[in-house]
Design a protein around this ligand. Structure first.
Ligand code: ARG
Length: 275
């Protein structure tokens, strides 16, 4: 069932109070490139204001925690399906400390918290995105391919697994962004041949972004109805392609979050998701 288009979208965000590069678990992260704390805070606040004030989204806040610097990337907290919160189980121990914090929040927020068996890694909405009534799940670098079966039982929908092929695009949401049930942004070389064919068969209008735009995380876009929030500096061509399809691009500067391998989409989790 597609995400409800009428009600105001509800998102989960976490202020980057303790956000830092404290370890290296993807090719973007380098201990030699620390976060400029003040700049990160200002960039996150500008995104928060755009979402809540201009675009009228409702945002719930997860309290930051000093021991888990990547908690600000709430897209990885889990996947919401109606009143069920499918909790993530991170591949790297560096992020596993987020799991009990998120679990506590989800229970207090009234969700039924579901966990996959511990042998499956699953990184939430970072690797799981709906296209119409199909859930697409990226695997290899973070989530496990085998998780797609138990996931499909939990969400009671068809789940298609897509293998990721380029470690710079280690989560599905770094190289793929559904804009509607039949339109999406993608960076084709981030998928293997089979994954490319699956997407081509499922989505009639695929907008392939250039490598330059992909590296600016153009596919890590937040989509709220016809509004597409993405990193500044993406190409004029991409802007035109969005506008031709009646989407309004909203550029935001999130350079401090690129240092950890994330951009706009990674900083939010959709709570008003599939029923
Ligand atoms: N440093 C984080 C990690 O490597 C970044 C997560 C980005 N999140 C996302 N949904 N792509 O896990």
């Amino acid at each position: 069932m597609p995400r409800s288009a009428s009600a105001a979208p509800i998102l989960l965000m976490c202020p980057p109070t303790y956000y830092a590069i404290s370890y290296e678990i993807n090719p973007w992260m380098s201990l030699k490139r620390p976060v400029h704390v003040q700049r990160a805070r200002l960039q996150w606040e500008a995104l928060y204001r755009l979402l809540t004030q201009r675009l009228r989204a409702k945002v719930q806040l997860l309290a930051p925690h000093p021991e888990v610097p990547d908690l600000t990337f709430t897209a990885n907290a889990g996947l919401v399906c109606g009143r069920t919160f499918i909790a993530s189980h991170f591949r790297y121990p560096e992020r596993q400390g987020e799991e009990p914090i998120v679990g506590r929040w989800a229970r207090l927020a009234g969700y039924r918290v579901a966990r996959l068996e511990p042998r499956f890694h699953f990184e939430g909405e970072g690797d799981a995105l709906w296209v119409g009534s199909t859930l697409l799940v990226g695997f290899r670098f973070r989530s496990d391919a085998a998780a797609h079966e138990p996931l499909s039982r939990l969400v009671r929908a068809e789940v298609l697994a897509l293998e990721l092929a380029d470690k710079r695009f280690y989560h599905l949401d770094t190289c793929f962004s559904p804009l509607s049930a039949h339109t999406a942004l993608w960076y084709p070389p981030a998928f293997d041949r089979y994954g490319q064919r699956v997407l081509q068969r499922l989505i009639p209008d695929l907008i392939a972004v250039s490598e330059r735009d992909a590296l600016r995380f153009a596919c890590n876009a937040i989509v709220l109805g016809r509004h597409v929030i993405l990193q500044t500096g993406c190409s004029e061509r991409l802007r035109r392609q969005l506008q031709q399809r009646r989407f309004s691009p909203h550029p935001v500067e999130l350079s401090e979050f690129h240092k950890a391998g994330g951009s706009a989409k990674c900083l939010v989790l959709h709570l008003s998701s599939h029923a």
